[in-house]
Design a binder for this molecule. Sequence first.
Ligand code: B1M
Length: 210
Amino acid sequence: MADIYQEAAESIVNADRASSEEIAQRALDSGIAPADIMQNGFVKGIQEVGDLFESGEVFLPELMMSADAMAGATEVTNAALEGEAAEAKGIMVIGTVQGDVHDIGKAIVIAYLKANGYEVTDLGRDVSADTFIEKAKELSADVIGMSALLTTTMEEQKKVIKRIKDEGLSYKTVVGGAPCTQRWADQIGADAYAEDANDGVKKIDALLGK
Ligand code: B1M
């Protein structure tokens, strides 16, 4: 099993989308859970590319190609999770905050939420505070989820939460993304911080008493 995890990670490092999709499908066909191949294989690969990017060993165009390979793998594993959908537990809107285009993690979180019975609307990336609030109102959401991957865009989460409080709205809020922490969530008054997709489901279940 370790071999397929290794292959998965390598397909991301090699920025090979055809290969990442094929490996994802092969893993699912052999009975590996979507979360396992994602976390133990593909995510390891994108983290390695992130480290290489940070140390100047790969550049932005290569990082973008690896992200594309990651998107291919995510599509395959998420399609498998969609099939597990259960009865709706709550309504959620989720997006990547304004100024931020990182959406791979968000796609994984959405798939987990859907598979665990949430009705989720993906607001996409580079989502303004106005859009978060408008869409939550329009869809009568229970929860607003905000993903931020840049230290510079985390502040946008604070902006949305401030709007909710200033307008006396009652949406629950969840923040996530690599630079976020429980401490940050407490500081900005978010109802929950989720470290990963699994934790996201647990925290939202707890917030809504499910
Ligand atoms: Co960017 N990038 N990037 N990047 N990128 C990071 C984040 C960085 C850490 C890389 C580095 O320098 N080491 C760095 C940020 C530094 C910082 O702010 N401290 C960085 C930078 C600097 C940049 C640019 C500024 C580069 C440039 O232009 N010079 C630029 C910014 C663009 C912008 O957003 N305005 C940029 C661009 C890009 C790409 C477009 C090339 C691509 C994104 C493609 C895409 O997403 N469609 C990209 C990528 C791929 C990365 C890395 C390598 C990988 C991110 C990722 O997908 N991780 C990243 C380095 C790294 O993380 N090692 C990096 C895998 C994913 C599964 O994990 O997103 O953490 P993650 O999601 C997890 C949890 O965090 C959590 O659950 C997920 C699943 O477990 N989670 C939530 C996330 N959101 C949640 C929401 C929730 C709950 C949980 O509830 C609402």
